[in-house]
Design a protein around this ligand. Sequence first.
Ligand code: KG4
Ligand code: ZN
Length: 354
Amino acid sequence: MTAVPPRPLVLGVETSCDETSAAVLDGRNRLLGHVILSQDVHEVFGGVVPELAARAHLRKLDAVVDEALTRSGVTLGEVDVLGATAGPGLIGALLVGVCWTKAAAYALGKPMIAVHHMEAHLFGPVLEDAEAEPPFVALLVSGGHTLLLHAESWGRYTLLGETRDDAAGEAFDKVAKLLGLPYPGGPHVERAAREGDSRKHRLPRPMLRRNQTPDSPDYYAFSFSGLKTAVVELVRALEEQGTFAAERNDVAAAFQAAAVDVLASKTMRAVEETGCRRVLVGGGVSANGALREELARRLGADGRLFHASARLSLDNGAMVARAARFRYDLGEVSGAEATAMADMPFPGLHRRTA
Ligand code: KG4
Ligand code: ZN
């Protein structure tokens, strides 16, 4: 006979973009079972098609939850708390997870928690490293968001900076497309960059100037669309010269070096201003080895860098279950009014006052 896992058992459901995922955590936040199904329907379009994403979630979510429960050795009826990503994300995709979870919670008479996707990314690393707890400076870099926060404690976050245009992951995806690499572009750009020389071409570092001071409005802000335009122009010039194919990896390396420099420099500004030498990097782009290495290098021996494995950096149900558990412990249960919100406000996030 197997021992009954400690309660509460939390089911997390993630459908905000193009991963259909579900996971079960036990009462000690141990991951019992986890399934992540990446939709491949988008590959031929070179980006996520929202309508197709929603339809694919609808087709697969039942099976994904079933498999996560089976791997956990838990039945749906034994689950105590159900959490689903309610936003931000693609509205049609979010609605599938929220409606499924709401219906299941209602049928089972169990509480449901509407989870914020980016808060969930903050909980990725702590699933694998119990020390990845606030206080920390958090750099959240995904396909839709680029946020620099100071997390004083779980649920208390100060927003230092965010992107003014494209997200970091979006920039990786757009540059991949320009270089003729498949979607999602991040890992392909990283691989190409490893083979290239970042010093062959110098690309701009948007919003990063040495003379900025903490009271400058751009001190912590990010912008990636200008960097992408610079890559467009560089690719065009190399094509005209007929050297694009030979220099493709160098362009990938120059782009990655510029993006990593901006991300790491602004993060280190936050480390200096807050005096907090603990840094967490989360979201899909945190799977990037060059970004992690640069952050670790700049933090030095007296700093700590927390990040999750690639599996828990990218979208997943486990982080959603963990964030749901946190909100559940605070008594923040959603009722029948729970709904999906494409631009859901980040709970507990306050703007920095300079
Ligand atoms: O967090 P995530 O899985 O989904 C969103 O919440 O958006 O992040 C996906 C993003 C994509 O833009 C993808 O290209 C990027 O993360 N990404 C990477 C890497 N792996 C994934 N970017 C750079 N380097 C990587 N190794
Ligand atoms: Zn994400």
